[in-house]
Design a protein around this ligand. Structure first.
Ligand SMILES: O=P(O)(O)OC[C@H]1O[C@](O)(CO)[C@@H](O)[C@@H]1O
Length: 252
């Protein structure tokens, strides 16, 4: 696992965007796995700026997002479809039929999970997967206890996740109880993984990822089984991550 420590949100956004652009430069076409949440927002902004400066094109890129809430229409401002269009896709040159998210309003949600997996395989599999991490160590919406063998599936969201995401909704009751997410095994099939970690509230999850036992209770620890993971972490998160059994060097 390659760890890069950066200063602040801007440092993280620049480092991550450069990493993604370098990756895209090496190929004629690429399949990106994308994430939502607040952490990658700056990275998308930076990629848009680089695109506008002519430094990167997404015309030959296919994208697959990790997850989507069940029950929210694509036009709902809290859906991840809306997030991705508003914050990224509508500002770049990726063709409409080349970006994909699971359909949270599909009539048959189980069938949708299979279809999504199939589409990823047919497109050649994910080359680079961008990830964030939940305070409880979730990746995608794979909550603690999710099997490391899981494929794209429907999950019941943890109360802690609903509370963490309530900031985007009018009230916690509006936060959906379920989501579709790529599974841990689906995520680990990506050739390369880029994980972004920002803020002191992620310190504990980061500590588990770096030093804890690999276990299903902390989904992100599955990443230690992958041969090519890069973690870009801001100093706040890094300083908040305790080494188990040792005093925190930074006094947190
Ligand atoms: O970047 P944030 O907003 O802290 O979210 C962390 C993680 O939580 C999720 O938004 C799901 O709750 C993931 O998609 C994301 O990686």
């Amino acid at each position: 696992m390659d760890i890069k420590i950066v200063n602040g949100k801007d440092g993280l956004a620049k480092e991550a965007a450069n990493y993604i652009v370098e990756h895209l430069k090496k190929r004629d076409a690429s399949v990106l796995g994308l994430a939502t949440g607040s952490t990658p927002v700056g990275t998308y902004k930076e990629l848009i700026a680089m695109h506008k400066e002519g430094k990167v094109s997404f015309a030959n890129v296919h994208t697959f997002n990790l997850d989507e809430y069940v029950g929210l229409k694509n036009t709902d401002t809290n859906s991840y479809h809306y997030y991705m269009k508003e914050l990224f896709f509508s500002h770049i040159d990726v063709p409409e039929d080349q970006f994909h998210l699971p359909k949270g309003t599909a009539e048959d949600i189980e069938a949708e999970c299979h279809t999504y997996e199939k589409l990823i395989r047919q497109t050649g599999g994910i080359d680079l997967q961008l990830l964030g991490i939940g305070t409880n160590g979730h990746i995608g919406f794979n909550e603690p206890g999710t099997s490391f063998q899981s494929r794209t599936h429907v999950v019941t969201l943890d109360e802690s996740t609903r509370e963490a995401n309530a900031r985007f909704f009018d009230a916690i009751e509006d936060v959906p109880t379920h989501a579709i997410t790529m599974g841990i095994e689906s995520i680990l099939e990506a050739k390369d993984i880029l994980l972004l970690v920002a803020g002191k509230e992620k310190g504990e999850a980061l500590s588990e990822l770096l030093y804890g036992d690999v276990r299903e209770d902390i989904p992100a620890t599955a990443l230690r089984k992958h041969p090519s993971v890069t973690v870009i972490v801001d100093t706040e998160a890094y300083q908040a991550a305790k080494i188990p059994g040792e005093e925190n060097l930074y006094g947190g």
